[in-house]
Design a protein around this ligand. Structure first.
Ligand code: RFL
Ligand code: PHB
Length: 390
């Protein structure tokens, strides 16, 4: 089998890249290790920044996002027992949307199926070869266990943090930057209307909590926990009572409880690999970098990467390699901005178990300054809503 671009991974990065290449007249095949239903249901990100919304609209896959996504013009920082609103739209003129990552993935899979674009689910034993030549190849087993080889002009590694593309690059080529945090997020999806119209990022001495949502009937909530803790230690009752304590305010707020439909634990880490390419292999999204979810940037960075990559690959296949050569440098500028912003939001809002009183006072001072200074709030809002694409 032969295609122009072999794309490994059908997350937001892989599916969007495939679709953008299709619009440019470039053929691609997406290979995904999970089955179709699993990929369509996997609960992940919730916030789309303005440049992401505009891109999805521009390429014709934003109809459901516009109809069902929830536009938000601000969010709350909750600390000292009170809400401090960051008025994103008033401060920046921009709007974000709360729309589940799995909904974007569904919209992209539907767009592929309507146009007959190839996405192979449930493949296994994916191996890359000849990435340092002009004709690399991907060997894999299809869903029926039949061994296949996909010859191509370039490979896009969109297979997430635990994928095989990044480890396929010979050792010594990549420089990686890494930070692990002494906490994890316990995330729950609850069948109950949101308790507040906007997102609430709560700083509490017992740990961070986040109130988010997916629809008028579904609330998404997160709790900072010790990374060594297991899901079994968190009964529904314990989750609700911990959320109630951390989200408490002196104003009129009551947390609406309901059946918990989904529970999971996410470790928190920052990670960047440089460069984001090797020969004809280009890494995009979580395969190349990870941010802690506090800044809501992971999926949005994946989108920004593949926007650049689709153009770079299109020119490369037409004989011009200039953009492909600068792909990594262009992406890394945005990646490092998002890394800094995500680290800053994470450090400002979480309770670090190793912090002393001096650090705790600095943290509170940072929160109070951000909430009271228009300049500080504008900087936060500008990064949160999404800086313009390059
Ligand atoms: P994905 O989504 O991980 O997709 C990679 C795909 O590759 C497949 N795969 C393979 N396929 C073939 N062969 C192999 N060997 C393979 N190995 C893996 C996987 O099955 C998968 O389908 O990466 P991608 O496309 O780069 O997208 C990145 C985003 O998923 C991620 O950054 C976000 O979910 C991060 N994130 C958030 N991002 C935001 O922008 N806004 C948010 O509000 C936000 N909240 C979050 C988040 C991530 C979270 N978790 C669970 C990590 C909240 C949480 C809790
Ligand atoms: C979510 O709704 O899943 C969500 C929202 C904001 C974040 C992270 C996750 O910062």
């Amino acid at each position: 089998m032969r295609t122009q671009v072999a794309i490994i991974g059908a997350g937001p990065a892989g599916l969007l890249l495939s679709y953008l290449l299709h619009l440019e007249g470039v053929d691609a095949v997406v290979l995904e290790s999970r089955d179709r239903e699993y990929v369509r249901k996997r609960v992940r990100a919730g916030v789309c920044e303005q440049p992401t919304i505009e891109l999805l609209r521009e390429i014709g896959v934003g109809r459901r996002l516009d109809a069902e996504g929830m536009p938000h013009e601000g969010f709350s920082l909750r600390f000292d027992g009170a809400d401090h609103r960051i008025a994103i739209t008033e401060l920046t003129g921009k709007t974000i949307a709360v729309y589940g990552q799995q909904e974007i993935v569904k919209d992209l899979i539907d767009a592929h199926e309507e146009r007959g674009l190839p996405v192979e689910f449930a493949v296994s034993s994916v191996e890359l070869s000849d990435m340092d030549t002009a004709s690399p190849a991907v060997r894999y087993r299809d869903a029926d266990g039949v061994e296949r080889t996909l010859e191509c002009d370039a490979i896009a590694g969109c297979d997430g943090f635990h994928g095989i593309c990044r480890p396929s690059i010979p050792s010594g080529v990549l420089h990686t930057f890494d930070r692990e945090y002494p906490f994890a997020w316990l995330g729950v999806m609850a069948e109950t209307p949101p308790s507040h119209e906007e997102l609430i990022y709560a700083h509490h001495e017992r740990g961070f909590a986040l109130h988010s949502m997916r629809s008028p009937e579904l609330t998404r909530l997160y709790l900072q926990i010790d990374p060594a803790e297991e899901l079994a230690a968190w009964s529904d009752d314990r989750i609700w009572s911990e959320l109630a304590v951390r989200l408490e305010t002196s104003a009129d707020f009551s947390l609406k409880e309901g059946p918990i439909l989904d529970k999971s634990i996410t470790p928190m880490r920052s990670f960047v690999t440089e460069p984001m390419s090797y020969g004809r292999l280009f890494l995009a999204g979580d395969a190349a970098h990870i941010v802690p979810p506090t800044g809501a940037k992971g999926m949005n960075l994946a989108v920004a990467d593949v926007r650049v990559l689709s153009r770079a690959l299109t020119s490369l296949l037409r004989g011009d390699s200039m953009l492909a050569e600068s792909y990594s440098d262009i992406c890394l500028r945005r990646v490092w901005r998002a890394e800094h912003f995500s680290w800053y939001m994470t450090s400002m809002l979480h309770a670090d178990p190793a912090a002393d009183d001096f650090q705790r006072r600095l943290q509170l001072s940072q929160l109070r300054y951000t909430a009271s200074s228009r300049a500080a709030a504008t900087s936060l809002a500008e990064n949160y809503a999404g800086l313009p694409f390059e």
